[in-house]
Design a protein around this ligand. Sequence first.
Ligand code: FES
Length: 411
Amino acid sequence: MSDKPMKFKVKGSIRDLLRFKNLVKKRAKIIDAAPASFKEEPYINTLAARLHPELQHLVVREVIEETGTCKTFRLVPDGAGSRELAFFQAGQYLSVKLDVNGYRITRPYSISSSPSDALKGFYDLTIKRLEGGFATGFIWNTWKTGSAVTASGPLGQMYHAPLRDGRSIVALAGGSGVTPFRSMAREICYGRLDATLRLIYGCADDQEILFHDEFRELAKKYPDRFSFVMVMSCEETSVEGCEKGFITRSVIQKHSNPAVDSYFTCGPDVMYDFTGLELAALGVPVKRIRREAYGEIKKPLRFKDFPQSAVGRAFSINVRLKQGSVVVSASGDESVLVALERAKLAPPSACRSGECQYCRTLLVKGDVWVGPECDGRRAADRQTGYIHPCASFPVSDLEIVLPENGEVRKN
Ligand code: FES
């Protein structure tokens, strides 16, 4: 660097300052003269809306019986509200909006078809009918060929991202939790996803197995990209070459390489708890484990730190809406979101497990319990009193302000 003193041209600096002063005026003039809207929608906005539509208006084209308790609903754009399907990443889900006798609810379901299938014009949702299931019973009874279905754009984080995940994926699936892996298997075998997939698929009996023939076919045709092993927990099974019992650490070790593989898990809560411990025992770091995080937080009492004082108690929630307020009753072992929906309010929601932030709501008064595994709030939200009603359970009377931009309806 030169140690000569810098010379300032005073005249030049003043000229520059004047230029800058005029620049501001000139810019203000141009802004005033500009039209309020774009002459043409910028391409990037159009692309963003196509990739992330708020809603998709679909119609059931076909219903495929998979097992006694699972059906695949093939959905296509209705041609009016939606002309095409949003592209997605294999492993993502749609949140479907249902109106069950005036109760406006949402339910997330994994897309079981592949992104390539979406380019051909369809999504598959494979849905298991749950015993006494409020939403699944409604879907099974009312979704027929030609039925209209409203769904969100594709959502969720359980997809292969090369910067985050290894190339070798091991999927641990339980029962109908195999649906996102059928999407991944297809995409990998079609050569559109640069990864390999080893599926370790646990089922309670032969009747529960989904897509068995398809998996066999894909494994035979693309052995270097896809393979699978069945793990049957029943005494009697006709599945040849399967493992017996559960997806234990010895099964995982036998069929994968815990030192390098990336593990993706989808299945019932009990399976997450079990396989989580088994993977930890095998030394798999948390950063190489993904789990499907959507879905209702059931049985909060199973969490060790759930406040026992709230169990069986009734609380009131004063809900401030744009058009006034309403008082809703809630029980200590149900989420705030469920209490609101039971009162026929329809706050925005998608994942129902604290992850997506769609239901972000201001808590003005009172306390809630939020499970450590389902607290997807940003630090700033935690400090400023925001909650995710889907992942919050009342431990006192509450007062909340529902988001104004949400879909809130009081029947
Ligand atoms: S619905 Fe996703 S965070 Fe509440």
